[in-house]
Design a protein around this ligand. Structure first.
Ligand code: GLU
Length: 462
């Protein structure tokens, strides 16, 4: 069997973290087994779907590096196919038209509630041998409903949750086609998963209650059933379901906040899946390991501190020239000239250990390409009288010295010897003036990354 998985987001908002995680699992599963991964856009909620969300979803998938082999397939471009399948079901008697109006259904549910019963559609329009159906009302458009089995149970072995059993009497005859001819989610999803020959469905466990209907529709169509895996929700750090009001939940928000896609994938993967006690891994490793086992049954808790740690580790491992490309637009956005720093890669190498995000890395690197403004406190504390002559002397030496770390270090050593100062007295002064802050990595290495002219100008400001 060829493994074929899919992710099927609804473009009614951004791609949120839960969907990104199931996309990741679906992608990794397909890649692990040498199968295919499909992107489907479930845009049948016409009122809420929009192009901007589609674009956000595509951008997020792209940023995360979750490449799809087919798609995006848009459900609204497949209406003819859904209608054909509905006709097939109507002819087979596995679906039927229902003319009950919303008012009528409200009254039905009200009466059921009054009797203390579950509010299920009472199948008033479902044909049965010897049953007299109501007369078709004038001017009412029908919906089409699934003739759900009335007895027995739906049973499946969930890849995440294990065996699940739901009695058919718990569920009613679901609407599969609305009066406007648009299919409902549960129907379109089955036709698509069937047509796209999806073998494994990973999705959030908010869909568990939909699965019995879907399984019954597969059966009604005589279509092969995929395996289902329902991943538990992600909880916020307050133990509540992650939501818009509880922290940033779009993937793009993390991109903006300076997270690396590989860190995001690593962190998302671990939220609900494990491979031994591995905490840091690449997506390549994940693909090697991810065979659908070791998926957690219990909800994962979003932990911003852990995400930050994972990101910092991936920053350290990241290629310096790649980091330079990621940081450059951020520096430009702060007003730097795009060609202001030819040695950006080397600067990333020196500073990436000190940054948790690309934003923090940009904060560090800004000193090289934008003016710095040392605080009064730092100037008073570190650029005091005894170091001023030493700074002037160094400036003089730096005018002619070869512009590399070793030569700059040698010049500093000479100045210290000539002025009887110690490095801990002198280096902070240099840092404050040139870098705008009293702490940096080794100052000779830092100075070497500046253009000579900038260092001289900043020391001139004395
Ligand atoms: N459109 C559904 C969602 O975004 C897809 C669910 C599924 O994967 O079947 O939740």
């Amino acid at each position: 069997m060829t493994v074929r998985t899919r992710i099927a987001p609804s473009p009614t908002g951004f791609l949120h973290l839960g969907t990104a995680r199931t996309a990741l699992y679906s992608w990794a599963y397909a890649r692990h087994f040498g199968g295919q991964f499909v992107l489907r856009i479930e845009d049948t909620d016409v009122a809420r779907s929009n192009q901007e969300s589609v674009q956000q979803i595509l951008d997020s998938m792209d940023w995360l590096g979750l490449g799809y082999d087919e798609g995006p397939v848009y459900q609204m471009q497949r209406l003819d196919r859904y209608h054909a399948v509905v006709d097939q079901m109507l002819a087979a008697g596995t679906a039927y038209r229902c003319w009950a109006t919303p008012d009528e259904l409200d009254a039905m549910r009200e009466a059921q509630r009054a009797r203390g019963e579950k509010t299920l559609y009472d199948r008033r329009w479902r044909p049965a041998p010897g049953k007299q159906l109501p007369p078709v009302p004038e001017g009412v458009l029908p919906v089409v409903r699934l003739a759900n089995p009335t007895d027995g149970a739906v049973v499946w072995d969930d890849l995440v949750k294990g065996p699940i059993r739901i009695a058919n009497e718990e569920i009613d005859d679901l609407i599969i086609l609305r009066t406007d001819g648009v299919p409902t989610y549960n129907f379109a999803v089955v036709v698509d998963d069937w047509d796209m020959q999806i073998s494994h469905v990973f999705r959030g466990d908010e869909h568990i209650n939909n699965t019995p209907w879907q399984i019954n529709i597969f059966a009604a169509l005589g279509a092969p059933l995929p395996r289902f895996g329902h991943c538990p929700v992600i909880l916020g750090d307050d133990g509540q379901k992650l939501s818009k009001r509880r922290g940033a939940v779009s993937v793009t928000a993390y991109e903006e906040a300076g997270y690396l896609p590989e860190a995001m994938l690593n962190y998302l993967a671990r939220l609900g899946w494990s491979h031994g006690d591995e905490e840091l891994f690449t997506s390549h490793q994940m693909v090697q390991w991810f065979d659908g086992s070791h998926l957690s049954k219990s909800p994962a808790q979003w932990d911003p501190a852990k995400l930050a740690w994972v990101n910092a580790q991936h920053l350290k491992m990241a290629d310096d020239d790649r980091l330079a490309k990621l940081v450059l637009p951020r520096l430009v956005a702060r007003g730097a000239a795009a060609d202001a720093m030819p040695q950006l890669g080397a600067a990333c190498a020196l500073f990436k250990d000190r940054a948790g995000t690309l934003v923090e890395l940009t904060d560090w690197l800004a000193m090289f390409v934008l003016p710095v403004s040392p605080t009064e406190d730092d100037l008073r504390a570190h650029v005091a009288e005894p170091v001023r002559p030493a700074l002037a002397l160094l400036r003089e030496r730096l005018e002619t010295v070869a512009w590399d770390k070793a030569s700059i270090a040698a010049a500093m050593k000479d100045v210290l010897a000539a002025t009887q100062l110690k490095l801990p007295q002198f280096a902070p002064a240099l840092r404050v003036l040139v870098c705008g802050r009293a702490q940096t990595p080794s100052i000779d290495a830092v100075l070497a990354l500046f253009p000579r002219a900038t260092v001289l100008a900043r020391l001139w400001l004395l």
